[in-house]
Structures are given as structure tokens and as C-alpha cells.
Write a protein that binds this ligand. Structure first.
Ligand code: SF4
Length: 344
């Protein structure tokens, strides 16, 4: 049974003074209305009806810059969530915001309304990248916000983007390392997507920016995921869902979007793990009847096989003299992949 669920409430930042090159909120603001209080209540009630007995339900105000909207609007929305929390209908309140929109005064308001977790859209820990995407602040603002959030007793989330203008494999990986050192509770990894109505699309057309290919984005995200996990961070999202994209017309222009991006990344980790063990075990030369039994916990089995079975095809084609068998093993931990060599 599901133990935790999030009710997402999207709060657009109408009139956002910033101009991040990858964001289309400013250009399509006129088409996006902030939800009314009754709409927020209705959304929460509908979700609660659907979620039934899920024990831990969070209401999360997303949109990127919750603490940058007028304070009275923040209070209106938070008051609603707080009422649901007091009534025991939800257990937590989350929100996402920009690092430079956190200060002690704002945190005082968030504490008053019982906010539990604050996710910061950090995007990169590199000043050159933050400048290239016109983020409007530097890395120092990220460190300051993280410190305030943690010392204020809130739980911290960090969102990172992959493949932004001015970045590189090394810079993205270093961002994951620096983020991990801050020990956030949760993190999200978002490959940069070029969407309609953005300056980033203008940059692509002017040939000032080349989006990552899917394999490049998978490679970088995989390394970042491994680093963050190494710090014990729960990476709750890798890649956007189509429904996350505020495209106005609902379609994409970029090439880096993949609806099963997380599975591509997790599948790539599984493939590396199995291949590492295979190479070690093949030091004992395979015979004609060698069987490589690849195993994973039931929850990780689809990652073992890979998206559309691509890991299975990969091994069968690369090692034609070995017979591969893919099996679930309930005794294994989620995310562990074990290869057992046998003979038929
Ligand atoms: S991503 Fe940047 S431009 Fe878009 S709403 Fe957030 S701060 Fe404003």
C-alpha cells in the first residue's frame, strides 16, 4: 500500500521580475491564473477522496517561487493547508521557491503556518551557469538560503538542472557533489528542456545553445544520482513529466524530454552494475553452456530489464556466447543488481 502521497498545487509566479532563460512563466503569464482559495480547497478535497487511506499526505505548493509571491497571497494559501493539517487530514506542507527569496522574516511566516519542507530551485552550484541562465543570483545565495532553512528547523530539498547553458559534465557533477554536502533530505534532478516561449528556444534557434541529447542527459543524471544517493539524499524525481510542463499549448520543442527519463537513468545504473559483475566473472572464461542469471528485487526489475527491454537486448547482442536469464529475487534490496553465473 502507498504510504505517502503529495497533493500538488501549482501557484504561478505572475509578475515574476526574473527572466530565467529556460522559463516560460513570464511570457505566458497572461494565460495563467492563480488558483482561488475555493479551487485550492476543492483540489485538496478531490485528492483526499482519491487517496483514501494513504497515511501520510502532503500538500505542496509548486511553481518555483512561492515565497516570491505577495506575502498576503502566501498567507492565504498557507492558511488553507494549515487548516487541513490541524484537522489531521494532511500530515505535511511543502513548497518550492528560489534561494534568493528566503530570509528570516519569510521563514517566520512559513513556521507560523507549519511548513515542513522547503525545496530550493538551485539549478546549479556554478556562478557562471547561474549567470548564463540569468537566474538573478549567485551560489552565495544558495548557501545562505540552505543555512537559514536548516537552522530554522525546516527540512531542505534541492532541485538541480542538467545541461544548462554554460554547464558541462564536470560542472553538473560538481553541482551534485556540492548539493550532497549540504545534506538535503530530498533532491530532484531535471534535465534542461527547451520549451515554447522561452529565451532558451531563441538561443537554440540562434545556435547559441545546443540541448543535450537523451543519452548525454542520462549519463550526467546518472552520475549526479549516484553522488546524491552516496550522501543519503532521497532523489524523489529525475526528469519532468509531460504534465509538469507549462507550455501553454502543451507541446515541446526540445529534444531532451523523455517521458520515462527516470527509468532510462535507473536502467543505465542497473546495466553498469550487471556488466561490472559480468566482466569480473568472465575472467573465468565462459563455456558454451554459461548462463548469466541477472537478478533484482521486484520493484527494481523493470530497471534491470531497462526501458523497453533495452538492457536485455544490450547484453544478448554484446555477449552472444552467454545465455542471459532475468529474474526477480525478493531477498534483494531495492536498487541492488546481482549476477549469478551458472552452467546449464
Ligand atoms: S524560473 Fe525564473 S523566470 Fe521563471 S518564475 Fe521562476 S524565477 Fe521567474
Amino acid at each position: 500500500m502507498k504510504t505517502h502521497a503529495i497533493i500538488p498545487i501549482f501557484i504561478p509566479h505572475n509578475g515574476c521580475p526574473n527572466d530565467c532563460v529556460f522559463c516560460n512563466q513570464r511570457r505566458i503569464t497572461s494565460r495563467m491564473a492563480s488558483p482561488t482559495e475555493s479551487e485550492v480547497r476543492q483540489t485538496i478535497d478531490e485528492w483526499l477522496t482519491t487517496l483514501g487511506e494513504v497515511p501520510n499526505v502532503s500538500v505542496a505548493f509548486y511553481g518555483g517561487s512561492f515565497t516570491a509571491i505577495p506575502i498576503e497571497d502566501q498567507k492565504r494559501y498557507l492558511r488553507i493547508a494549515s487548516e487541513y493539517k490541524d484537522a489531521g487530514k494532511i500530515s505535511e506542507i511543502h513548497l518550492s521557491t528560489r534561494p534568493d527569496c528566503i530570509d528570516n522574516e519569510i521563514l517566520g511566516v512559513l513556521e507560523h503556518y507549519q511548513v515542513d519542507l522547503i525545496e530550493l530551485g538551485c539549478q546549479s552550484f556554478d556562478d557562471g551557469v547561474l549567470a548564463a541562465v540569468k537566474r538573478g543570483h549567485g551560489v552565495d545565495a544558495i548557501y545562505k538560503a540552505c543555512e537559514l532553512i536548516k537552522s530554522g528547523g525546516f527540512r531542505l530539498g534541492i532541485q538541480l538542472m542538467v545541461g544548462l547553458p554554460g554547464s558541462s559534465f564536470e560542472i553538473d557533477v560538481k553541482s551534485a557533489l556540492l548539493a550532497g554536502e549540504l545534506r538535503p533530505e530530498v533532491a530532484r534532478i531535471y534535465p534542461t528542456i527547451v520549451i515554447e516561449d522561452t529565451e532558451l528556444l531563441d538561443m537554440v534557434i540562434a545556435e547559441d545553445y545546443v540541448p543535450l541529447t537523451i543519452p548525454e542527459a542520462v549519463l550526467r543524471s546518472k552520475e549526479m544520482l549516484k553522488i546524491l544517493r552516496g550522501y543519503g539524499v532521497n532523489v524523489i524525481r529525475i526528469g519532468l513529466k509531460a504534465s509538469d510542463l507549462i507550455t501553454g499549448d502543451g507541446y515541446l520543442t526540445g529534444t531532451t524530454f523523455h517521458p520515462a527519463f527516470r527509468q532510462l537513468v535507473e536502467g543505465s545504473i542497473a546495466r553498469d552494475e550487471i556488466e561490472k559483475q559480468l566482466v569480473q566473472q568472465l575472467r573465468l572464461a565462459p563455456t558454451e553452456d554459461t548462463i548469466a542469471q541477472c537478478t533484482a528485487a521486484p520493484k527494481s526489475f523493470s530497471n534491470l530489464i531497462g526501458h523497453k527491454g533495452e538492457n536485455r537486448s544490450y547484453f544478448v547482442e554484446k555477449y552472444p556466447n552467454i545465455r542471459f536469464v532475468f529474474k526477480e529475487d525478493k531477498t534483494l534490496e531495492e536498487g541492488k543488481y546481482v549476477l549469478i553465473r551458472t552452467q546449464s
